[in-house]
Design a protein. Structure first.
Length: 427
């Protein structure tokens, strides 16, 4: 990266307007107020705006003729996804990473990218050791001059997603008549989707799940802060598992989205959630909740000094800071939810190591928010819940996606292998 890549700006609106900071961090360039702005990373300077003499540009700009540069066209592309916050965040992150690298490493705008640039970007995603200046070992605030776009080695799925988003961006711009060609198509970048695993392995078996639940009950509670941390951790772990909630769904939800329904057979509890595959204007999903989780909720609310049950439409976040009265009852971020789960896993792993169970402790340390969702789904599959019912509970897009959670066939294959052994030679 050149010298300007280490340049730090504080006058973001003026610098962005004149020198190429990202358009979606500027209010006047945001096509819709619902689009979440992203602060420009503090350690990086402006990038080429493009839109003047890029070899990929068409003569008239097509449907995007009103855009004066590439970044404005990118902002319009991202605005198309604003109704799905999860997708909008993911796309913005991947587009930003690519534009930073292309502008600072290759000194090119989006409409100037060559196929070899995309090939090199694929190499960046695959080989962090060759591109150390684009990676960091741990998370930093975006305003930190030492912030970097990438953290650690990317999985095959993450690499594919990063390239797929860039490819979709170029495809859209060619469809709109803004660009003549998509340089990804002429590159050597591997954009084919990796094969999905035959089975889901990122879950805790029943014994490890019990270990996690039991270890939470050993958390210290001597001080008010320790008690607050314990009550919050207890609620988060149990809720993510029982609700089969994604971290984004849980962090964005309010306790008022849980409601009671009176039925002839008794009271039922339901959760209203607009999941990953629901757009903003789609009707939400309604997910049944067991009474045991409602008991956990009333305990958490009692700790917070609230009434046992949430009122209809109550705006209290599903999870709040350790001191909500002081902090104004603000929701926590997905990163905080992730950290809560990782800390709980570490606490349980230490106890397993103390009992000499190092291998199981290593598995426990891998547990994350999505592991709890996978764990809940896997345990329900093993319990015999029918797929079409579990699809509704889990809010997966297709029933077929549940087949990776089925381990009974693996158990049968293992039994067959054990029974056959060395065949007749082993007799």
């Amino acid at each position: 990266m050149g010298e300007r890549s280490l340049e730090t700006r504080t006058d973001l609106p003026e610098a962005g307007r004149n020198k190429g900071f990202f358009p979606w961090c500027l209010a006047e360039w945001t096509p819709d107020e619902a689009t979440t702005p992203t602060p420009h990373p503090g350690g990086y300077g402006p990038i080429p705006l493009g839109g003047e003499d890029g070899y990929l540009l068409t003569d008239d700009g097509g449907h995007l003729s009103g855009c004066t540069n590439d970044l404005e066209a990118v902002a319009l592309y991202l605005a198309r996804h604003r109704r799905n916050q999860h997708t909008a965040r993911s796309y913005r992150k991947e587009v930003e990473r690519f534009l930073l690298w292309l502008g600072l490493e290759r000194d090119r705008a989006l409409s100037e990218a060559r196929p070899e640039d995309l090939t090199l970007y694929d190499d960046l995603l695959r080989n962090p050791k060759r591109w150390r200046h684009w990676y960091t070992d741990y998370r930093r605030p975006r305003t930190d001059p030492h912030w970097r776009p990438f953290q650690g080695l990317l999985s095959a799925g993450a690499r594919h997603y990063a390239l797929a988003v860039v490819n979709r961006l170029y495809n859209w711009m060619t469809e709109q008549g803004y660009l003549r060609l998509n340089p990804v198509h002429a590159s050597a970048a591997e954009i084919e989707s990796p094969r999905k695993p035959a089975r889901q392995e990122r879950y805790l078996n029943p014994q490890l799940w019990r270990n996690l639940i039991e270890s939470i009950e050993t958390m210290p509670v001597r001080t008010a802060r320790q008690r607050a941390r314990y009550e919050r951790t207890r609620w988060v772990i149990r809720a993510l598992y029982t609700m089969l909630a994604r971290a984004s769904e849980f962090a964005d939800a309010t306790q008022g989205s849980i409601y009671a329904v009176e039925r002839p057979e008794g009271q039922q509890w339901w959760w209203t959630v607009r999941g990953k595959h629901r757009r903003q204007h789609d009707p939400p999903d309604h997910v049944p909740l067991p009474q045991t989780l409602i008991d956990d909720l009333t305990r958490y609310r009692s700790h917070l000094g609230l009434a046992p049950y949430p009122a209809p439409g109550e705006s209290t976040p599903m999870i709040v800071s350790l001191y909500p009265q002081r902090d104004g009852w603000q929701p926590v971020t997905r990163r905080t939810v992730y950290r809560i789960v990782k800390d709980a896993g570490e606490h349980a792993a230490v106890q397993l190591e103390e009992r000499g169970e190092e291998q199981r402790a290593a598995l426990m340390r891998q547990a994350s928010t999505h592991w709890l969702r996978h764990t809940g789904i896997t345990h329900r599959v093993d319990a015999g819940i029918r797929f079409h019912e579990l699809q509704r509970l889990s809010r997966l897009k297709t029933v077929e996606m549940l087949r990776t959670y089925t381990h009974s066939e693996d158990d049968r294959l293992s039994s067959l292998a054990e029974a056959f052994g060395l065949g007749d030679a082993g007799s």
